[in-house]
Design a binder for this molecule. Structure first.
Ligand SMILES: [Zn+2]
Length: 599
């Protein structure tokens, strides 16, 4: 790279428009959309779509609600001609089929032929108008260009709206001054004015002037100035549809299109997920969902965005980037602890507001409700070694209904973090659930050293409860007895006495899970013994049983932690073994890599 690039490159000189009005405008309604995936998008694919793929894509676009689709360049190949025939015979009555053609008579004839029988058709012609392309590539003066553009418009007119045999089709004419963005804007107006006079549009059947940033050469505000200038200077403005067609060379196509809409654009041409020449056409999905999240109906339906992604990826053979706005697989996910915590709190606050009749969406970090585009909340929070307590707690809450106490969330997040770190990857929901079950001896999947076989509480008075139970330890059944001021203390006392130790209760909380007859009680207890403390979880239809379960869960953790002086059994469960194996393999692989590097 050059230390001083100004010797080689210079800033694009824009039209001077000091009285511009577009910065004060808002996008308050959807534009007309045209999808050019099957033309501009398809022509840029390393491996163009098969006829079958084009058909699938075409159907999907109709399903989304597109009313204008550019289907092909019919005079370029037999495949494109044939596909145009397919589109004509499969188009709903309100769909405009658009085709592109060069300003050459025999190609125009062939193009009109491909549209025979269409209910609605847009014939799209283009001509180089930028100085560079006019002079260097085509050798046309400004006068020559205008003459050719007028001749072409008149010729198309004679074969379509002026031909008495063609009256069954609703014909629209579209003209693109090519490289509008790098064409002197006053010349773009001059040539379009001449084309308009040749076509003679009306309010009912306006002409489309498509103003492409064929190559994006400036900041988006410059494009907006050009659009406003054009929109203000073209005559009979209500006979004209100003169409925006932005490419993404500088990565600003969405911004340029949005500013172009503020500046007077009526229509947008683009592709799903921004496929197209070089860096692509503007992404229609992003534009539409940007409007949607501003409260403006885009008139395109992305309720099932996944199916749109599937079709685009399958037919384009280009994956949608994981970070692509709205469509990317990672864009509604939060990994970082502080983000997860904020989202979790946001959902709780929103639920409360919902109860008060407020339906607005206000969640930190999420501009769109994932359910509106067919995604679920499970995917919102994902857990890796960067995640804090909120992430794992969220997964547990959504999947098991357990609302872990804050201190326990911290305890569990250390376990999760250690595992994610060791594995060097994200943990999936089911792995996090397994970790919880095994770490806290919760549920039936964890190996337990001590279990309760049978128990009976007897309440003597408000202050005194007796417990008789049988616990099973080392394959022996041991009867235990204890008393306390309630079930929990009597059970703890009985266990302490039987094991010859002194177990303390540091914390106890409970809540209900579910509604109606399916309600269960969840209890959380933190026990300490010989300076070691452990959490336990219990869940059961009966709250007493849930408490007993949580105590047993914590006691087993204390035993496994060695707080009880006895030979602990081999307490490794299947899941822990699986994780340890993977870590071991990773280490081996790493070591092998290092040896290689040394050699
Ligand atoms: Zn283009």
């Amino acid at each position: 790279m050059l230390r001083d690039p100004s010797s080689k490159y210079s800033r694009f000189r824009a039209i001077n428009l000091p009285d511009r009005t577009w910065p004060n405008n808002h996008i308050d309604k959807a534009p007309r959309w045209l999808a050019t995936d099957l033309r501009d998008g398809n022509q840029s694919l390393p491996d163009p779509m098969s006829v079958k793929q084009k058909q699938e894509y075409f159907q999907k676009m109709i399903e989304i609600g597109l009313k204008e689709i550019e289907v092909s360049f019919p005079s370029a190949s037999q495949t494109d001609f044939d596909f145009t025939r397919y589109a004509v015979s499969h188009a709903p009555d309100d769909l405009d089929i658009q085709v592109l053609v060069q300003s050459r008579e025999h190609l125009i004839r062939r193009t009109i032929e491909s549209l025979q029988g269409a209910k609605r058709a847009i014939v799209h012609t283009y001509l180089a108008t930028s100085d560079l392309f006019r002079n260097v590539v085509f050798g046309l003066s400004r006068k020559d260009s205008i003459a050719l553009a007028v001749k072409t418009a008149k010729f198309v007119r004679s074969l379509t709206k002026d031909d008495p045999t063609q009256q069954a089709t609703h014909w629209t004419y579209e003209f693109s001054p090519e490289c509008f963005s790098s064409t002197p804007t006053e010349f773009a107006v001059e040539i379009c004015q001449a084309v308009k006079d040749a076509w003679e549009p009306s309010v009912e059947n306006p002409i489309i002037f498509n103003l492409p940033a064929t190559i994006e050469v400036s900041t988006p505000n410059v494009y907006a100035d050009q659009i406003e200038y054009f929109s203000r200077h073209i005559g009979d403005r209500d006979h004209v549809v100003v169409s925006l067609h932005c490419h993404n060379d500088r990565g600003c196509s969405v911004a340029a299109t949005e500013l172009g809409l503020l500046a007077g654009g009526d229509r947008v041409e683009g592709c799903l997920f921004g496929n197209g020449e070089r860096t692509g056409n503007v992404d229609i999905v992003t534009l539409a969902l940007n409007m949607y999240t501003s409260g403006v109906a885009p008139n395109l339906d992305f309720s099932d965005l996944k199916s749109v992604i599937d079709v685009a990826e399958r037919c384009n053979k280009i994956p949608v980037h994981a970070r692509a706005p709205y469509g990317g697989s990672l864009v509604t996910c939060a990994f970082s602890g502080s983000h997860q915590d904020a989202i979790k709190k946001g959902f709780a606050a929103q639920e409360k507001r919902r109860g008060e009749g407020d339906k607005t969406w206000q969640i930190p970090y999420l501009t769109l409700d994932p359910r509106d585009i067919g995604r679920n909340y499970e995917a919102v929070i994902r857990v890796n070694s960067q995640s804090g307590k909120g992430g794992a707690a969220w997964i547990i809450q959504r999947n098991l209904g357990l609302d872990l106490p804050k201190q326990m969330q911290i305890d569990f997040s250390n376990v999760v973090q250690e595992n994610a770190d060791n594995l060097g990857r994200e943990l999936k929901s089911d792995e996090i659930i397994s970790l919880l079950q095994n770490h806290y001896n919760f549920d039936n999947c964890a190996t337990k050293i001590i279990t309760v076989k049978d128990y009976n509480f007897h309440k003597e008075s408000d202050q005194v409860t007796h417990l008789d139970a049988v616990v099973s330890m080392d394959q022996k059944d041991i009867p235990i007895h204890g008393e306390g001021n309630g079930p929990i203390s009597s059970f703890i006392n009985a266990l302490s006495e039987a094991l010859g130790v002194n177990i303390d209760v540091e914390s106890y909380t409970e809540h209900s899970v579910g509604l109606g007859s399916k309600t269960k009680a969840a209890t959380y207890v933190k026990l300490s013994l010989n300076g070691v403390s452990r959490w336990g979880i219990g869940m059961h239809e009966s709250i007493t049983r849930a408490s007993v379960n949580s105590i047993m869960s914590a006691v087993n953790s204390l035993v496994k932690a060695g707080a009880l002086e006895r030979d602990t059994l081999n307490s490794k469960d299947e899941f822990t073994e699986k994780i340890e194996k993977e870590v071991e393999q990773n280490k081996k692989r790493e070591a092998a890599g290092k040896v290689k590097a040394k050699l």
